[in-house]
Design a protein around this ligand. Structure first.
Ligand code: SF4
Ligand code: SF4
Length: 333
């Protein structure tokens, strides 16, 4: 069955997702070394918190909010072994734990928490704070420890969330990367005011930009926002004389954006803008547990799967139009 309905995503309030706690400090939810799929060579990936989109199939829903927040890994809870360590840990009354039930979290209360007393008491790391705060120079000095892993082509990839959401912080980090001659890649939605988007891209050597759906209404149904700003920013980037390499990317989801028509429209857009590379990512459910840990409902738990055959058919549509089309991790760097 196709997705029951593409009811619009309910975006959180702008202040929840768009404003970092402190503008020149960055909120980062993960740093991962030794990546070979997110840009040329061997890379260190930095995942910045906050995203202007909220895709219904998102694999990193913990990245949506640009502020510190709680994750509750319920399946790892040792309640059944007698643990009650978190019973009185929350001064706001968010945790309820009884003799016969696992801890229950009141997410409405936790949404506004700034103190996270609960995370210090759980002996099993079941209650944890999602993001950490960094100064730009502090982050770059951590990244530079990986210098010897990168080789001649590698460097750092900024991902998220969407790294441009924290553009003040990101630009400071990118300036420092330029100073140290570090190759920079980005994975972004491009859903930002053009001036900010172009300002960040000036420091970027390689970019993946997502175009989730060529139909703006469907784009909004799946992500919470239309696609006009994204498409116009991509065109503006190409027209700006930017010297980097751009690969468009599409998470490919059955019943949402897997039609021939969507591929044809993307091809037309690419041809108009002198773009010749696209990366189709087959839908997966790796983020399911994270939705549970955040107390959210995952709508794509039972639909959206793509067959390998259909991925190949779509790839052939692009190849026939002389567009290099990479599936999954096969992007040539
Ligand atoms: S995150 Fe804050 S409000 Fe929520 S349980 Fe922990 S201490 Fe209480
Ligand atoms: S302290 Fe941690 S492991 Fe123990 S009951 Fe609370 S959440 Fe579960």
């Amino acid at each position: 069955m196709p997705p029951a309905a593409h009811s619009p995503v309910k975006n959180m309030k702008a202040e929840d997702i768009r404003k970092p706690d402190m503008e020149k400090k960055g909120l980062i939810f993960d740093i991962q070394a030794f990546s070979v799929h997110d840009g040329p060579g061997c890379r260190t990936n930095v995942f910045l918190a906050g995203c202007p989109l909220q895709c219904k199939w998102c694999a990193n829903p913990e990245s949506w909010i640009c502020k510190k927040h709680l994750m509750f890994a319920e399946k790892m809870c040792k309640y059944d072994h007698g643990c009650r360590a978190c019973k009185d840990a929350c001064p706001y009354g968010s945790i309820v734990i009884t003799e016969s039930e696992k801890p229950r979290i009141n997410w409405e209360i936790c949404k506004n928490c700034r103190t996270f007393e609960c995370t210090g008491v759980c002996p099993n790391n079941v209650l944890k704070q999602c993001v950490k705060e960094y100064e730009p120079e502090e982050l770059v000095s951590i990244l530079r420890r990986d210098f010897n892993n990168w080789g001649a082509e590698g460097g750092v990839t900024f991902s998220g969330g969407d790294p441009i959401l924290q553009h003040e912080f990101l630009i400071e980090v990118l300036k420092d990367c330029r100073k140290w001659n570090i190759h920079t890649s980005i994975e972004t939605s491009a859903y930002f005011p053009e001036e900010i988007f172009l300002q960040v891209m000036e420091y970027i050597h390689f970019a993946f930009i997502d175009v989730k759906n060529m139909d703006s209404i469907a784009h909004e149904m799946g992500t919470g926002v239309g696609n006009e700003r994204i498409l116009s920013n991509i065109s503006a980037l190409k027209a700006s004389g930017w010297k980097g390499r751009l690969v468009l990317r599409q998470p490919t989801i059955w019943g949402y954006n897997d039609s021939d028509e969507n591929a044809r429209q993307l091809i037309a857009f690419m041809q108009e803008n002198d773009l010749f590379e696209v990366n189709l990512l087959k839908f997966h459910r790796l983020g399911t547990t994270k939705w549970e840990q955040l107390g959210k409902t995952y709508e794509y738990s039972d639909h959206g799967d793509m067959s390998d055959e259909r991925m190949k058919e779509l790839q052939n549509i692009y190849l026939k139009a002389n567009i290099a089309c990479y599936i999954g991790d096969d992007t040539l760097f």
